[in-house]
Every structure is written in C-alpha cells, then in structure tokens.
Design a protein around this ligand. Structure first.
Ligand code: ZN
Length: 147
C-alpha cells in the first residue's frame, strides 16, 4: 500500500520525459489558464448586464404603467457598490462582495428588507435585495469556476 502511494508521482510524470512532451504539457496548462480567464471576464460582463436586465424585466412585468421610473429606481440601487471605495483594491473580480463590503452584509440586508414595508421605499428595498441576490449568484459562479 505504502509503496504504491510512493510510486504514484513517478508514474504520473513519466509521461512528460522529452522536451516535446514538456512543451505539450505547458501548452495544455496555458490553454486552460486562457479558458479560465476568458470565463472569468465573461462572468464579470454577464454580472454587470444582469444589474440592468433584471430590474428592467421586473419593471416591465410588474410596473407596466410606470416601468421606466421603477427600473431607474431599482438600477440606482447599484449605488451601494460605492462601499467598494472602502476596499483595497477597489475592484477585484475574484472577490465575493457578499459579507465583505459593509453595504453587502446581513445587517444591511435586514435594513433592505425593512425598506420593503413602507410603500414609498419599497422599490428601493426590492432593488437592493435584487442587487444582493445577483452578487450572491456571482459569488456562486466564481466558486464553481475556481473549484
Ligand atoms: Zn454589489
């Protein structure tokens, strides 16, 4: 048992003995790194787009008469991302904002839920909770890619 475990790495790397094999191995891991960074930037673009697409779709669905105003208010809740200014670096595509930035924490979420109760602040509350949900989705996607 012990002997076979010790022999494992040798067996694994014996495939890459020649220079050509090593070059091939480097190319394969290079391509993997490129695929990884492409999928990471795709993730950032999709995430940013969703911050506009989701509020607009919800506004069109549930606020037919006043959808422009409703969409604008919900999109404006992206202002909570100003809390990124407190972090260093300000933007890091590989950092999960939930639980890290002060306006992206559970106590903040509790305040956003409370904003749902009075009618005048309801749209702001909905926008803020959608924002947190989209950020959480992004964190999940990030974890999937780096797993
Ligand atoms: Zn955010």
């Amino acid at each position: 048992m012990q002997g076979s475990v010790r022999n494992l790495p040798t067996a694994k790397y014996s495939r890459y003995r020649t220079g050509r094999d090593l070059a091939h191995a480097a190319a394969v891991s290079g391509a993997r790194a490129v695929r990884y960074s492409v999928s990471m930037s795709l993730r950032s673009i999709v995430h940013l787009a969703l911050h506009f697409v989701v509020p607009i779709c919800l506004a069109l669905l549930f606020f037919k008469e006043t959808w422009r105003r409703a969409a604008l208010i919900m999109i404006a809740t992206m202002l909570i991302d100003l809390d990124h200014l407190l972090a260093n670096p300000i933007y890091d595509p590989n950092r999960c904002s939930i639980g890290f930035h002060p306006l992206h924490t559970w106590p903040a979420a509790a305040v956003y839920v409370a904003l749902l109760l009075p009618k005048p602040t309801r749209l702001v509350g909905i926008g803020l909770l959608i924002h947190l949900a989209l950020d959480a989705l992004d964190c999940g996607w990030m974890r999937l890619l780096s797993a």
